[in-house]
Structure formats: structure tokens, C-alpha cells
Design a protein around this ligand. Structure first.
Ligand SMILES: CSC[C@H]1O[C@@H](n2cnc3c(O)ncnc32)[C@H](O)[C@@H]1O
Ligand SMILES: [Zn+2]
Length: 432
């Protein structure tokens, strides 16, 4: 007997070797997909009737700072340097571990509701984010953020904590948690420090998550300091590889794109954050042309201001069409691939596709809505018309986290009330 059967669904597999099923069934056992077909002879403990719905792989958010839900709407309409150094960092200096737990739990709740089944996160007090992931049932790749700022003592303390975190949580929560190293950016960490982080990551077999060429200011600062841009610096110290997840990558030259492609670096495109902070437009079409694995991220809620990857997919598709004057740029299926398959590749998880043997991370999207009627083309609807709030069921590792719009794993009211209170108290401490 299987654990879960999802039946009567449009099955969007995202598997390049298999097509979609207009009316199909997905069978789940022991956390994995065991069968996909038109019908099944299996029976199951839980049967989900997905009539008028699409079942698809869960979305993968490859760059966020979950606890920053606490700063949703806190410092809007500012340039990155002013936003970060003038507002966010002073507020983060007053954060407590408990704040990070509450902010992260709220983020998990928002992600479950909007169809994200795994995410990559870099922040402080990461034990708390890991505990929130454990409690919520989501999957995540987590790292403690390392901001050396040319202060040797701070760098060493951060790296020690980063290493402790990597070793403490690798494979935790039934394998749903992976750990990485998280040097903040090439303009906030020295060349020597970045080389040291690379060494430690090699020693632990862990990947590296870093912000990379997000702003023109970073590019200019790097050229002035080193006479070369961030990508060339990282290439020269042997930092780049397929275990690197680079967020943003807005200010890339064609030569940088060649290097990222050659080294198999994974790029998280955070289109809404880049637009809101006016950082620029990442050359996504060029990266895809050169075979770079580009996925999607929201960044934190202080620069987005939500964690809805459906919004991210639509915005990415639209921005790159207008930017290239080509309505055929980033078509719906390619954007869906960035949100699922490419994200899973970036995090190194056996997810992102509905395929027998893959981990059962999937979502059911309700298509019986006014804004989704009529429906001629399911992938187009998912990218251009659907919203995170159309997700009715979320399953991770074969466990139902939300069933027909009811979140089963968290007390939703309590999470919202407690985070609201924590955020108010935090802001009061900042303003005191
Ligand atoms: C080292 S922990 C993460 C650190 O990064 C800050 N942050 C959030 N969003 C961005 C962004 O878009 N660019 C650079 N840094 C960002 C966050 O506030 C933490 O301090
Ligand atoms: Zn970020």
C-alpha cells in the first residue's frame, strides 16, 4: 500500500524525457515518487483528488534570508548601500536568536503556502533557521553568513561559527537540511579570507553560497582594489566550481559568463530584489545560452517584499522580454525550469522533477479560479496568471505540509502573532 496518491491531476512533470499527463496520477511511498501514470492499481493511506488542478514539482528558492520577514517593509525605496549599511545592518545588530527563529518560521509558513518546497538561506543565528526548517517540514540548504570586512578577528570568529554550523546540521531533519559556507560577497570579504573559506569547504565537502556582482558599486570597488572584477578574482584563487551558488550576478561581462559556464557555477537570479534596489538587469539570456545553470531566488523580504516564486517567475519572464525587445525570450516552460529543475540542481537535491525515484517534493495548484479561466496552456497559466495563493497542497519528502489550503505542520495564527510582536519589539530596540 502506498502512502499518498494524487489523482485526476494535470501532471506537469518537468522531466525532459517524459511529457505532461492531462489526467494522471502520482504515487508516493517512503518519501519518494514510485509511480506516475494515467491510472494506478495502488491504494494509499491518503488519496488527494486533484481535479481541476495541476500537480508539479515544488518550487525552489535558491537565494533568501528567511528571518528577514521581520524586516518586511522596514526600509523601502532605498539604494543598496544606504539600505544595507544605513538601515538593515544597524537593525540586524539588535537581532536575537529568538527573533531569527520566529522570522524564519514565518518564512517557512509563507513558503509552504506559496508552493516553495526548498530554499537556500544565508543569515545569522542559523541554528534557529535550521530548527524552523526542522519544524516546518521544508527542505533547505543553509549557511552562516561570513562578513569579514577586513577584520581578521571577526573573520576568524565567523568562520569558526560557519564551520560549527556546517558540521552540526549536515544531513539533519531526515536529510532535508544541507549545509554550506556563506561568505557574504567579494567586496565584504578579503581575497585571503575567500581562499580560506574555499579550503574549509573542500575539507568538509560542503558547497559555498555567496552574493556576487550584485551592484555596479561592487564592480568598481573590486576594480579599484584588485584591478579586476569579482569573477576574475574568484577564478584566480580557485574558488569557483559546481558547488558554488552565486546570488545576483548582475554586473557580468561576457568573459565572466564564459568563466561561470566553464566552472559550472550555479547562479540565483533574484529579479524582484534587483529591480526594487535598482541594482540592474542580470544577463540571464546570455548565461542560459552559455549553459550556466540559472535558477530563481526572492532574496530577503526587506528587498522583495515577499517569498512568492510565482511572482518571481512572471517578473523574470517579462523583464527579460522587454530588456531584449524579444517576446520569445524566457518562454513559460524555460522559466518553470528555472524555478524547479535548475533550482534543484543548484542545491544538489533529488527533486525538481516528477519522476519515479525522485524525492516527493510537489505541489498541487488549484486551477478553478476566475483568473485562471479559461485555460488553453497550463505552463503559460502557471507563469503569467497563477499566484502563490493558488497552491492548495504542498508535499515535501512525502509528507503533506498543507492539505487543501490548511497548513498541517504549524499553528498559523500563533506564528503570525508572535512574529508581529517580535518585529515590533526589535524595531523599538533599534529606535531606542
Ligand atoms: C551575512 S548574512 C546575510 C547578510 O546579507 C544581507 N543581505 C540581504 N540581502 C542582501 C543583498 O541583496 N545584498 C547584499 N546583502 C544582503 C543581510 O541583511 C545580512 O546582513
Ligand atoms: Zn541576499
Amino acid at each position: 500500500m502506498a502512502d499518498i496518491i494524487v489523482k485526476n491531476a494535470y501532471v506537469l512533470t518537468m522531466d525532459p524525457d517524459a511529457g505532461d499527463l492531462k489526467n494522471g496520477t502520482v504515487v508516493i511511498e517512503d518519501g519518494k515518487i514510485t509511480e506516475i501514470g494515467e491510472k494506478t492499481s495502488e491504494s494509499a493511506d491518503t488519496v488527494i483528488d486533484a481535479k481541476h488542478s495541476v500537480v508539479m514539482p515544488g518550487l525552489v528558492n535558491t537565494h533568501t534570508h528567511a528571518a528577514m520577514t521581520l524586516f518586511r517593509g522596514y526600509a523601502d525605496d532605498l539604494q543598496l548601500a544606504d539600505w544595507l549599511e544605513g538601515h538593515i545592518w544597524p537593525a540586524e545588530a539588535k537581532l536575537t536568536a529568538d527573533d531569527v527563529y520566529k522570522g524564519s518560521l514565518l518564512a517557512c509558513l509563507e513558503m509552504i503556502r506559496s508552493g516553495t518546497t526548498s530554499f537556500a538561506d544565508m543569515y545569522f543565528y542559523m541554528d534557529e533557521t535550521a530548527k524552523a526548517v526542522e519544524a516546518s517540514g521544508l527542505r533547505a540548504s543553509l549557511c552562516h553568513g561570513l562578513i569579514e570586512l577586513w577584520n581578521e578577528e571577526k573573520g576568524a570568529t565567523d568562520l569558526k561559527e560557519g564551520k560549527r554550523f556546517v558540521r552540526a546540521w549536515q544531513g539533519a531533519a531526515d536529510g532535508r537540511i544541507k549545509t554550506m559556507y556563506g561568505p557574504h560577497a567579494p567586496n565584504t570579504c578579503s581575497e585571503e579570507y575567500l581562499a580560506k573559506v574555499r579550503e574549509e569547504a573542500n575539507r568538509d565537502g560542503a558547497g559555498i553560497h555567496i552574493h556576487l556582482l550584485e551592484t555596479e558599486a561592487e564592480l568598481l570597488a573590486m576594480k579599484e582594489r584588485y584591478g579586476k572584477c569579482s569573477v576574475h578574482l574568484l577564478e584566480d584563487i580557485g574558488f569557483l566550481g559546481p558547488d558554488v551558488l552565486a546570488a545576483h550576478c548582475v554586473w557580468l561581462s561576457d568573459g565572466d559568463i564564459e568563466i561561470l559556464g566553464k566552472r559550472g557555477v550555479n547562479v540565483s537570479h533574484n529579479v524582484i530584489s534587483n529591480m526594487k534596489l535598482a541594482s540592474g538587469i542580470a544577463p540571464v539570456h546570455k548565461m542560459l545560452e552559455k549553459g550556466v545553470n540559472v535558477s530563481l531566488g526572492t532574496d530577503g523580504c526587506a528587498s522583495n517584499n515577499n517569498l512568492d516564486l510565482f511572482e518571481e517567475m512572471k517578473t523574470a519572464a517579462l523583464l527579460h522580454k522587454v530588456n531584449t525587445f524579444s517576446p520569445t525570450a524566457l518562454p513559460a516552460r524555460q522559466v518553470l525550469q528555472m524555478g524547479t529543475v535548475n533550482g534543484a540542481k543548484a542545491l544538489g537535491t533529488e527533486t525538481g522533477m516528477l519522476k519515479v525515484g525522485m524525492k516527493a517534493d510537489l505541489i498541487v495548484v488549484d486551477m478553478k479560479k476566475p483568473h485562471l479561466t479559461p485555460c488553453f496552456n497550463v505552463p503559460s497559466h502557471l507563469v503569467y496568471s497563477a499566484k502563490g495563493s493558488d497552491v492548495r497542497t504542498t508535499i515535501v519528502n512525502g509528507k503533506v505540509l498543507m492539505d487543501d489550503y490548511k497548513v498541517l505542520v504549524l499553528d498559523e495564527q500563533k506564528v503570525m502573532e508572535e512574529t508581529q510582536k517580535a518585529a515590533e519589539e526589535l524595531v523599538a530596540r533599534v529606535n531606542a
